[in-house]
Design a protein around this ligand. Sequence first.
Ligand code: FAD
Ligand code: NAI
Length: 475
Amino acid sequence: MAKQFDVIVIGAGPGGYIAAIRAAQLGMSVACVDAWQNGQGGPAPGGTCTNVGCIPSKALLQSSEHYQAAGHHFAEHGIEVKGLELKLDTMIGRKNSVVKQNNDGILYLFKKNKVAFFHGKGAFAGKADGGYAVKVTGTTSEDLVGKHVVVATGSSPRALPGLPFDEKVVLSNDGALSLDIVPKKLGVIGGGVIGLEMGSVWRRLGAEVTVLEAMPEFLALVDQQVAKEAQKIFTKQGLAIETGIKLGDVKASAKSVTVPYANAKGEEQKLVVDKLIVSIGRIPYTGGLNPEAVGLQLDERGFVSVDGDCKTNLPNVWAIGDVVRGPMLAHKAEEEGVAVAECIAGQHGHVNFDTIPSVIYTSPEIAWVGKNEQQLKKEGREYKAGSFPFLANGRARALGDTTGFAKVIADAKTDEVLGVHIIGPMASELIAEAVTIMEFKGAAEDIARICHAHPTLSESVKEAALAVDKRALNF
Ligand code: FAD
Ligand code: NAI
């Protein structure tokens, strides 16, 4: 006899587990099915984000930054470190335990919110009386029926043609987060978010890192003033970055990878590395979901087709997160999860795509929301921009981290904030203020008139807002 639910969520990544919790909060009976296994074969909810994405990468970024600081920056604070040693197994072990804390946290939240969790693969098995039949196989075998189904099956890394990931020498994000030695030479194909974050981790730990990027501009989607500053800083830190390259036929052996490529000038080059991270984007994942059983429509790139409200072509079947259009970000998946649960409950769930922040967790961090200068120029929209360097911020000086700047862009006539772009310390935290202001359709003048605590890095955002009107006080 199949178990009946108001809502079945397939996938317990940030999209799925949040959708399940919100639906339960709204009084519905909810099942969440997730297949991810930990090293012991047990459940590991949290998806890519928790297991091989946001959380473990930030754990290693933090650890590697401490190592870098102890080796290179403590001395200027009068702290001498003798016999500095890297214990990579401890560092990776700590990362694994941070992941486990998050897995356990989600299992606890399911219990607390009375979400029935099924560990296994969920597949559509056809239409059923009262909704859709979903078959769970794997650790758990179960037949479920849901009035509503939310597909939140996420994404997987894109491989180079003819070069599958072996996670030993050719690494996706998964292998790049679990190396047992620091490679002497590390190659990275794709100078996007994963390439820069993972490249930074292993460079700080001692690898010689070369990043090969196909696009002629570095970080083409980022405000180009910020991108240029980032390229300068990362290069100075020791990351070798080549843009405008064209890859040849990459060959992997058991111990090394040979990467032939033409550089931006068209000259043939050859890079030989111990390990190669391939971070050229991700693709939607619907393996094992059996969408054909119910006629769920996918688009030509394999994403589940949805409208602006995450409705699929089938009544009462919804899809959210990386498996649908839009930026592949955990917080975007979460917002869609909440919105869908609220729509199912008859409310007016909604995601504002114009105010989704983006962050690259390098050092310095890069964060932005809204439009950048190159986009506004293309649109022909008149704007004014103001910047403020962290070099002129007292807190940044006290921290010993004065790289970068904050930049506010506002409409030339109305002063409405159109975009905020930050490269600098804690940019990931500073951007929240900009998101709030933009959500309320605030003006640069609003940021400029709000009292910011002193001394804080956030004063740089206020000063950048003042600079929009050419009246920065500290620069
Ligand atoms: P996922 O997190 O991919 O979860 C999908 C889940 O569904 C998985 O657990 C999978 O096992 C399960 N599943 C799939 N099919 C089935 C099935 N048929 N039955 C049962 N279960 C199934 N984003 C940020 O916002 N900030 C960051 O700092 C950040 N860092 C990242 C770092 C890395 C290295 C990577 C790879 C990604 C990072 N991301 C980050 C992106 C973020 O991880 C994704 O956007 C996010 O995980 C998408 O959430 P989701 O719920 O859509 O899918
Ligand atoms: P990405 O889209 O950020 O970057 C991929 C890069 O590879 C691009 O710059 C692209 O031009 C380049 N590229 C593509 N094909 C190439 C080729 N053949 N040769 C050389 N370069 C090539 O994708 P990435 O880094 O793989 O990350 C996937 C997604 O995961 C991101 O888009 C992001 O949504 C998410 N993510 C988010 C993070 C965050 O929020 N901090 C951190 C890590 C990942």
